[in-house]
Design a protein around this ligand. Structure first.
Ligand SMILES: Cc1cc2nc3c(=O)[nH]c(=O)nc-3n(C[C@H](O)[C@H](O)[C@H](O)COP(=O)(O)O)c2cc1C
Length: 273
């Protein structure tokens, strides 16, 4: 195909959905069917909205046709009450069953995260998964090594970030880094990618919500994440390529704690302009 879209004239009903939905305004009304605008080849972000919005499967985009798009089953979309309860009942889990997690379940979380919003649909987030509980523990230990090295090299940071809490807990036999989780997931992206911090963070949030939907627990781990960015031995072990940043780390596993209530949070701080 040498155009960004191809429309089957016999199927197109002229609804104009594809024209309205295109984020770049790259589709316009043609004689018979919608047509791409001049220069659209370079500007199209391959988001697939034009294909997904077409009610008659008339439109093929250069990378995607209707057959490549999952049909939406509206019966499976939760009601507002269900969705709200689901969202507000997710908690950061800090007590885990220390039993390896099936690869399949980890992949289910990452599969859902593929559909998270991301800058210009560039889909630049890459995942690193450590799913061997012994290795998770080893990395927690290395994160502690990093914190102890900070005590020597940057005492002000050590104090300000309250790293003493983690190191002293570790020395007294408590792992407040990986908390017994059998798995963690990191979201990596190129350093020079403008939208990477947001894309990685949102993708991790999707993965956490997917985990919650599967009855799994998760929590961000600032300790592992910072060590993965700052501590050369850990960077090396994780294989973080030059020019890549680890934007977030979440622990994942079967929760060994059950919440009976939803803790109160501040009211939304809104400025209406
Ligand atoms: C960027 C970020 C870093 C976090 N780091 C840690 C961490 O290192 N250890 C931890 O136990 N929780 C960590 N959390 C989880 C927060 O403490 C938690 O989200 C917050 O207390 C609210 O609780 P909730 O997630 O159960 O609603 C982090 C959360 C975020 C967003």
């Amino acid at each position: 195909m040498n155009e960004i879209i191809k429309v089957d004239e016999s199927l197109c009903i002229g609804c104009g959905n594809c024209i309205r939905t295109c984020p770049g305004g790259l589709i316009t009304k043609g004689d018979q069917t919608p047509v791409p605008t001049e220069g659209s080849w370079d500007l199209c972000i391959d988001c697939g909205h034009c294909v997904a919005v077409c009610p008659t499967e008339a439109l093929h985009q250069r990378t995607l046709g209707p057959e490549g798009c999952i049909p939406i089953d509206t019966h499976l979309i939760p009601t507002w009450e269900q969705a709200r309860q689901f969202l507000i009942s997710r908690r950061s889990v800090r007590v885990y069953v220390n039993k390896a997690l099936e690869k399949e379940r980890i992949l289910q979380c990452l599969d859902a995260a593929r559909f998270a919003p991301n800058g210009a649909n560039r889909q630049i987030v890459r995942w690193v998964v450590i799913s061997d509980p012994k290795q998770v523990r080893r990395i927690a230990e290395m994160s502690i090594d990093w914190m102890k090295s900070v005590r020597e090299t940057n005492p002000a940071l050590y104090k300000e970030a309250k790293l003493e809490l983690f190191t002293s807990a570790w020395d007294s036999g408590q792992d407040q880094i990986s908390r017994g989780a059998p798995c963690f997931i990191q979201a990596w992206a190129p350093k020079d990618e403008r939208t990477a911090p947001q894309a990685a963070t949102i993708a991790l949030a999707y993965a956490q919500l997917a985990a919650h939907a599967m009855g799994l627990g998760s929590s961000w781990s600032g300790g592992i994440n910072t060590a993965a960015q700052a501590y050369p031995p850990l960077k090396k072990l994780l294989g973080l390529p030059e020019g890549t940043v680890c934007y977030g780390t979440i622990l994942l596993g079967n929760p060994a704690e059950t919440f009976a209530r939803i803790p109160a949070r501040k009211d939304a701080d809104v400025t209406w302009l």
